[in-house]
Design a protein. Structure first.
Length: 157
């Protein structure tokens, strides 16, 4: 691929790593807050009142948040274990995929959390599912819009 920035491969990898770190710095605090909230929920008094549907949504949401947390923190472990072993290219390749997976799980977790709260507030699984479906469509746009833009850019080349 052409390099319009006139940078070396090492400079490009350093820039890519810095961009990746900035993106994680934006997403990870949200994941952590959601995870902390979900971990505290079962210890609240009213949690005894949840329905079977709400329990299922809660558990799936908790697992999705844990998976998102894992996926977004995993590049740190990889970097630590491969530090100074000339693995930056592999770190970038793996981290890119893990962060995309983390964003997928984050979208599912936020959708699940809103579905859970909606059902708890209004007591209607149909309403909760409608809200959850609407949010799912919005999160699909996280991926659809950049993939579309990527395709448009590749067509121009």
């Amino acid at each position: 691929m052409e390099n319009p920035r006139e940078e070396t491969e090492a400079e490009r990898m350093d820039r890519n790593l810095n961009e990746l770190l900035q993106e994680v710095r934006i997403a990870l605090p949200g994941v952590q807050v959601l995870f902390a909230f979900l971990l505290a929920v079962p210890f609240q008094r009213r949690f005894e009142e949840v329905t079977g549907f709400q329990q299922a949504v809660y558990f799936v949401t908790l697992l999705c948040t844990a998976a998102s947390t894992f996926a977004m923190i995993a590049p740190t472990a990889f970097h630590r274990f491969t530090f100074r072993r000339q693995q930056k290219h592999r770190l970038l390749w793996l981290s890119n995929r893990l962060i995309i997976a983390g964003l997928v799980f984050l979208g599912l977790a936020v959708t699940g959390a809103i579905t859970l709260v909606t059902d708890f507030l209004y007591g209607s699984a149909a309403t909760a599912i409608a809200v959850g479906t609407s949010l799912t469509i919005m999160f699909v746009l996280w991926f659809a819009v950049p993939l579309w833009a990527r395709g448009q850019a590749e067509e121009k080349r």
